[in-house]
Write a protein that binds this ligand. Sequence first.
Ligand code: GLU
Length: 348
Amino acid sequence: MTTLPEQTLLPEHPTAFPSEPDLVHPDTRVVSTGRLPDADHVREMLSETYERYRHVQDGAVADYIPALAEADSSWFGLSLTSANGHRFSFGDAQLKFSIQSISKAFVYALVVQELGHEEVRERIGVNNTGLPFNSVMAIELNGGRTMNPLVNAGAIATTSLVPGKTWDEKWDFIHAGLSNFVGHPLEIDERVYESEMKTNTRNRSIARLLESYGHISLDPTQVTELYTRQCSLLVTAEDLATMGATLADGGECPISGVDVVDPSVSRDVLSVMATNGMYEASGDWLFEVGMPGKSGVSGGIVTIAPGKGSLATFSPPLDAAGNSVRGIRATRHLSNKLGLNMFASTVQ
Ligand code: GLU
């Protein structure tokens, strides 16, 4: 009689499915194929989607960061930037809000650009935790390691890898890098920053826990400050669509023409967004929408159609997993209407 191997709670990290560096990631400008429908159709579908979902009342505005609770639940903006730099916007697409968790995807991109695919995969991981974004249990279940860069533990560990000798140099790197994705300098919401710094005891604990396991590369207080500050950068839905379009375009910002990261880095970021970008609902999202996305607790979602462009939504009321209710519905609708689903798509 054969005995079954002993079961572990989570797969062994990080060597369960190692990369073979010589097989992957030739740096080529060819990122993906496909085209958006013509401009009139895109405009019409965005307008129709805006009208269709603007009166949805479900969800609740995040209030665990006190300053976020001041958001108006009726705010709703939609924006799309194509990979060749055309923009379409509806509703509150120019309203500024703090980027929050969406910053994680872009800081990850900057760190992979510096340290490379293998090293960052080894240190941070790429698998979904299946647990809430600020879970401590996910660290304990995984032997003290982070599992992916898009939930708090992995994001804090990723931020600890940012280059720079001093805190200021590290901050300048993050600020300049995220601004490059948009094509203009981003401002900080100091009120949101102060508000979160007063209440982020859980993130401080996560940083300390990672330190205790030796899986963080910077003093926990300093890294929590950096991470909280990156979350407080102000963006609009239009900015987010451009940041996403930079990833859709193989790392070149289609508005400024600047090469922000390499095509292979864009590909890594889109992969972790597909598996982890929507917290524990990432599977539902990929199943319904069929594209990599990343959401944040202030109500933004950025979704990337590789090679085609990026769609961003902003609407503060969130569902139980922390994803914007109107944002999810609008993105799913547009994925169908514009033929954006990566697995099977026709324009309707
Ligand atoms: N700054 C927020 C936190 O760490 C970001 C969370 C999010 O948007 O998921 O709690």
